[in-house]
Design a protein. Sequence first.
Length: 146
Amino acid sequence: MSNQSSLAILIELATREADNATTRLGVATQSREEAAQKLALLEHYRENYAADYQKSMANGLSIWKYQNFQVFLENIERAILSQKEIVRRAHERVMVEREAWQVIERKRLSYKVLDEQAAQRKLYMENKQEQKLTDEHATRQHHHKF
């Protein structure tokens, strides 16, 4: 197996790996965005419910309704804390996937640089060989005239 075909195989494998990493990063980013949106919705819901609670308090509340408000607000707070943890883990996953993609992409680009350098060396050698043949031909033509 030649060096050129080995590099082509490595580039192809690294490209597939980079594509897969890009997909994983996209999925992780989407999950993080969805989790953040859910958190924002919960926080908005808490604010609205707390505002309703304040209005009801101003108008007077029964003990039963007061307890229901308190229990519900506590449940929302627990849900918000849980969702914040989900957002935090989703963000960590995005960071891990981004780092993995960067490592893979650097490797892919390194292979491409090696491939380009090999192509330049090959072109240089071909040009050198062609120049040598041209010089030999010119020399033969020159000697043939005499």
